[in-house]
Design a protein around this ligand. Structure first.
Ligand SMILES: Cc1cc2nc3c(=O)[nH]c(=O)nc-3n(C[C@H](O)[C@H](O)[C@H](O)COP(=O)(O)OP(=O)(O)OC[C@H]3O[C@@H](n4cnc5c(N)ncnc54)[C@H](O)[C@@H]3O)c2cc1C
Length: 401
């Protein structure tokens, strides 16, 4: 049988990259993932391996030392990695979003300064929009930047930074009223700052504290943190793109490619759940035959595989649309929505196929069951995706009566 989730029309280079990553996942990630996850341990050896493979620079242009690959190549690699362990794809994802934002919106000096070190994996990125009081409603951000000579002084509390502790560069979205008179729309008075810091916890730079890891139900291993700015001084040349008031659009651009990446994670986790389910269904016997021979279980497997295929096709379509230079918010929103919902359903079916053993920490499906829900929330919840999809549909299908 052909593997599920094949992608037609890949170049030789793309195929080679994917087969190298798949090999790495099978040999270096899957055998250790569950044990590390249970210990909530950062997968340093795996990260070092990914760095050697050049994955931190996958989409960074060659002139800055990266591999200059497309969003599709990136998304397919993420799918493979998430098939091994979703947390590892989380370690790369915020780095990739920050590098993408720099490539698209950074000044020449910012690109020259950060991208080569990011491509090598020496500087690692995190991005920060959410605050304790908001996630979906980004326009309600309260963290502030006030100009003081050649610097800005940043104050406020941020929440849910993936890689908040391990990163050395955080793209932080704050409100900056300078040059934007009272009454300016909230999204036009936001600015992204490129904040460099030491990796680690505590006061990592004067005025900047990363309190510690948030204890999560799943998605362990990768650190998720708060970030507290109390008089943090950032030079004016660390405003992304050099001009204030553009932060909201820059972040939304970053999140749009991030959504393809979350869709790819959903595809990878669902594929792994299918693999586990179809294997177990042939090993476990009830009423004198493997449970795979009961039609109810076969139907489950058929539904799971169909969902894996559909999610993969939508994710590939969204990535290809962006690579072709077209707007892809509709496709990315649909792919993220469908892939995360299907992932949750496929994981649940694989869990049910495992019977009582699925509830045991000895079985990999237990980990996947705790990981899948994160995809329903990160990079915009299902409701937010539906708002984006609905708005775009009404633009495309405007009634001209
Ligand atoms: C593990 C993890 C890692 C994360 N990493 C990052 C990160 O690296 N950087 C970052 O900036 N953020 C990060 N986040 C935050 C994430 O983006 C937010 O949690 C997410 O956007 C939802 O925001 P919220 O939690 O504040 O929920 P809320 O916005 O408070 O929403 C609560 C509920 O209300 C629904 N809702 C909200 N508004 C509407 C509406 N208008 N109509 C209908 N329903 C609505 C939502 O869909 C949800 O069901 C992370 C979150 C998690 C859990």
């Amino acid at each position: 049988m052909a593997r599920l989730a094949q992608t037609a029309g890949l170049t030789d280079v793309q195929q080679e990259i994917l087969s190298t990553v798949r090999d790495f996942v099978d040999k270096e990630i899957i055998p250790v993932a569950t044990e590390l996850e249970h210990r909530d341990e950062y997968p340093q050896q795996i990260v070092d391996g990914l760095r050697e493979l050049g994955l931190f620079g996958l989409m960074i242009p060659e002139e800055y030392g990266g591999l200059g690959e497309s969003l599709l190549t990136y998304a397919l690699c993420v799918e493979e990695i998430a098939r091994g362990w979703m947390s590892v794809s989380g370690i790369i994802n915020t780095h990739f979003i920050v590098a993408y934002m720099l490539k698209q919106h950074g000044t020449q000096e910012q690109k020259d300064h950060f991208l080569p070190r990011m491509a090598a994996g020496d500087v690692r990125g995190a991005f920060s929009m959410s605050e304790p009081g908001l996630g979906s409603d980004v326009s309600a951000i309260t963290s502030k930047a006030v100009r003081d000579g050649d610097e800005y002084v940043l104050t406020g509390q941020k929440m849910w930074l993936t890689n908040g502790g391990t990163s050395s560069l955080v793209a932080v979205l704050v409100r900056s009223d300078e040059g934007h008179p009272e009454g300016t729309a909230p999204h036009k008075s936001m600015t992204t700052f490129l904040v460099e810091k030491e990796p680690g916890f505590g006061e990592v730079r004067p005025g900047l504290t990363i309190p510690g890891k948030i204890d999560k139900m799943g998605y362990k291993g990768v650190d998720t943190t708060e970030l507290i700015m109390d008089g943090l001084r950032v030079p004016a040349d660390r405003v992304l793109g050099g001009v204030t008031g553009r932060g909201f659009y820059q972040m939304m651009d970053g999140v749009e490619v991030g959504r393809v990446n979350v869709a790819a994670r959903g595809c990878g986790v669902a594929q792994r759940a299918f693999e586990l389910g179809v294997r177990y269904a042939q090993q476990r016997h009830t009423f004198g035959r493997p449970i795979a021979q009961h039609q109810a279980i076969q139907f489950k497997l058929a539904e799971m595989a169909t969902k894996v295929e559909a999610a993969h096709a939508m994710m590939v379509n969204a990535a290809r649309k962006k690579d072709s230079g077209e707007r892809n918010d509709l496709e990315a929103g649909m792919a993220k929505y469908l892939a995360s919902e299907y992932c949750k359903e496929v994981v649940e079916d694989a869990f049910r196929i495992h019977g009582g053993y699925g509830f045991s920490k000895e079985y990999e499906i237990e980990r996947l069951y705790r990981e899948a829900p994160m995809l329903l929330i990160g990079e915009g919840t299902a409701e937010i995706q539906k708002m984006i999809i609905g708005r775009r549909l009404l633009e495309e299908y405007r009634f001209q009566g």
